[in-house]
Design a protein around this ligand. Sequence first.
Ligand SMILES: [Zn+2]
Length: 288
Amino acid sequence: MSDWKKHNTTLKILRFAQEGQYGVLSTIAYTLDHVIAMIRAAENKNSPLIIQMFPWVISHSNGDLVKCASMLAKKAKVPVAIHLDHCQDPAIVKLAAEKLPFDSIMVDMSHYEKADNLARTKELVQLCNKYHKATEAEPGRIEGGEDGICDTTELEGILTTPEEAELFLETGIDILSPAFGNLHGNYPSAGPNLRFDILETLAPKVEEKNALLCLHGTNDFTPKLIHENISFKMSKINVNKLVLDTHLKYFEENASKLPLTDLLDKSNDLLVERLEYWMDVFGSSGKA
Ligand SMILES: [Zn+2]
């Protein structure tokens, strides 16, 4: 393993989690307020944390939000990494790797066909590594969309095969995001239908290569389902709605009724509360 990988914050956080069999919240932040609440929750719970952002944040803030988040992460009393999630444009991967203080980048070429996905991923992993950014990739294709990323509903979801996972691991990626029935956005009313047999095959191969697993698409997940995933050494667990739901609902219902200061204080308290709850469920509380 290269020396920088031993000290990379995202990888350090996840290796401890993989070893200790707990999950780390990888929380989508859309605003600086979210970043502040997320770090507060992690410090309250003495939990490691990964804060992730969509490429939208880069264009929205000209990259400044990433710089602020990285500064706050470094100041935090617990390990906090900053990750770029679902970077689907090679030019933005390049910009993020060269110019922005991310600890890790998800190189998401899953909207391309298999061979193209693999070739583009390989090239971009090398580029990211040159700037000491750890990488994540998605063999197969997770269906659906979330606020801030391209919707792939028009494209067919493709489950990750063991052969494909192996080829991706050979490109040098550090974190593998399998498609095993998980979806972006909300699940149908029957709930998620996950293929744990796929995880069972993949998990040992991933560990053998010193790589880590990431779970996407956790809207509507129950604590039981989270625990099942962690039992397959899923260490990076992306959360969006699970932690932002009460915060956003409060905002929506009270935006025109309260002074802005009260609205921001109360909605962020709700976010901290939800984060702390899930840190306990994930087992990361007390692990910083
Ligand atoms: Zn995702």
